[in-house]
Design a binder for this molecule. Structure first.
Ligand code: FEC
Length: 330
């Protein structure tokens, strides 16, 4: 029988309870414990989204769906999907050792983040490489998949659905709070106010630009391709969720972009967090609470695109990425 090929799926990870937030935050900060103020602020954000983030559950569902999709294509036993987290258990390093111990000789690695940066995808790969240096397996990295066709299609469908919600005058998750009536035309441009789509991703320290990091360009390419597929011409880009550090972070920040668009008379916005593939804190708090609060203050209707989570089209795209990387080999 052919030996099973491994897939090392890697994701950010989230604390399982509020008690674990301090250790998680310390890990994110490379071992430096947060100040009491920073810790309290982060715990308050988790509390605001219900106490814990759904990220770990969703990530596990994504891994199971990827395994099922690969089994459906290549038959059971050909692939074994392993899941490792960057900042919580099961850590990437432990999972790489588990893979080696279970006899996996070669594995494709895939980060659940579409855009490559030395400060994001590369740091997952380094964690995996360091562990694999001890006893294997041989790792074939996928650097980025920001133009994968099914991923783009799934995002475009969500943009179209979000625009329809605006056009249908759906309640904007609390954004229209000043009593004005919601837009009612179906072409997305009632009253002469076109809808604007904001494609966003997690900000990173600006120093990534010194080494010509592809991260900003790849977000732009994703947004342009999704806009084309969805037939959208009015769109822009923004960075969100910048860390609470002294670094200069990539801008413009999404809150400033919302203010600027409102200042130009835009009253209907769609936020498409294209850098993320699941519901988690940066989406459920930073967009659904922070951006919505500002939109409400400004009298702007704002709808967020639904997250990809374990959407079958998206998972089929990930399976294609894995198989293409394996077919390429060394
Ligand atoms: O739902 C959850 O509990 C986890 C949500 C979560 C995701 C996520 C994704 C990315 N991050 C990226 C970069 C940074 C950098 C720093 C940083 C800090 C935090 C903090 C929390 C947090 N991140 Fe995160 N990130 C998530 C959560 N992130 C919580 C700490 C508090 C705060 O600053 O808000 C700054 C580190 C430092 O202090 O030195 C840099 C990038 C992504 C998207 C790619 C990926 O998923 O890996 C890039 C999800």
């Amino acid at each position: 029988m052919t030996e099973p090929r491994g897939v090392l799926l890697m994701a950010y990870g989230t604390p399982a309870s509020l008690d674990e937030v301090e250790a998680y935050y310390t890990h994110i900060r490379h071992g430096r414990p947060p100040t009491p103020e920073l810790l309290a602020d982060l715990k308050a954000r988790y509390q605001a989204i219900g106490g814990v983030s759904p990220l770990n559950d969703i990530t596990r569902r994504q891994a199971a769906a990827l395994q099922a999709r690969l089994d459906a294509i290549d038959g059971p036993g050909r692939w074994r999907v392993f899941l490792g987290m960057k900042h919580t258990r099961p850590f990437i390093q432990d999972i790489v050792r588990e893979m080696a111990a279970s006899g996996v000789k070669t594995a494709v690695t895939l980060v659940l983040a579409p855009h490559y940066s030395t400060m994001s995808v590369k740091s997952y790969q380094t964690a995996a490489d360091q562990a694999a240096a001890e006893a294997g397996p041989r790792l074939w990295h996928v650097d980025s998949w920001h133009l994968q066709p099914q991923f783009l299609q799934a995002l475009a469908e969500r943009v179209t659905a979000a625009l329809a919600r605006l056009s249908a005058g759906a309640p904007s998750d609390g954004a229209v709070s000043d009593g004005r009536s919601a837009p009612s035309a179906s072409d997305g441009t009632p009253g002469g106010t076109p809808a604007t789509v904001i494609f966003s991703a997690h900000s990173l320290p600006e120093r990534i630009l010194e080494a010509d990091d592809p991260y900003p360009r790849q977000l732009r390419e994703t947004g342009e391709a999704v806009a084309r597929l969805a037939g959208v011409t009015d769109y822009t880009f923004a960075w969100q969720s910048a860390g609470r550090t002294d670094d200069r972070w990539l801008g413009p920040d999404i809150l400033d972009v919302i203010r600027q668009l409102a200042g130009q008379g835009r009253r209907r916005l769609v936020v498409c967090p294209a850098g993320f593939v699941a519901d988690h804190l940066e989406v459920l708090y930073d967009v659904d609470i922070d951006c919505q609060r500002l939109a409400a203050e400004l009298g702007v209707q704002l709808v967020r695109t639904a997250s990809l989570n374990d959407d079958p089209l998206f998972i089929a795209g990930l399976a294609d990425v894995v198989r293409a990387r394996a077919a390429r080999g060394d």
